[in-house]
Design a protein. Structure first.
Length: 124
């Protein structure tokens, strides 16, 4: 008796292949607070590269949840997000170019919003 059998299992063929759109959990209507949750689009080299794959990046409020962000995207851009990922960027100490010496840059939060295939967001 072999540990790994020599018989190959038959693959089951899928008869009906239905394309199912995924969508993120969304919070109920924000009541006009969507622009306070999503502050601005995030533009950098990395974000411009991933927009071709359907991933958009936004500067968001530090208290916003994934569901609130998904609801705000739906309200502002009329697009259903597939999923939302959040990154917290800590405050950093930076050298000032004046006599002040060292200052701190504020802590920020950005959200990566994944869209279904075929959906896009126009910023201009």
């Amino acid at each position: 008796m072999a540990i790994f059998g020599t018989k190959k299992k038959e693959k089951k063929e899928k008869k009906d292949t239905v394309v199912r759109k995924h969508r993120a959990r969304t919070a109920p209507s924000t009541g006009g607070m969507a622009h306070e949750i999503i502050r601005a689009p995030w533009f950098s080299e990395k974000t411009l590269i991933v927009t071709e794959k359907g991933v958009y990046t936004f500067d968001v409020s530090t208290r916003a949840t994934k569901a609130e962000i998904a609801g705000a995207i739906k309200e502002i851009y009329n697009v259903e997000p597939k999923k939302v990922r959040i990154v917290n960027l800590p405050a950093k100490r930076k050298m000032m170019r004046t006599k002040r010496g060292i200052g701190t840059r504020a802590a920020r939060r950005k959200a990566y919003v994944y869209l279904n295939a075929g959906d896009t967001i126009q910023f201009a």
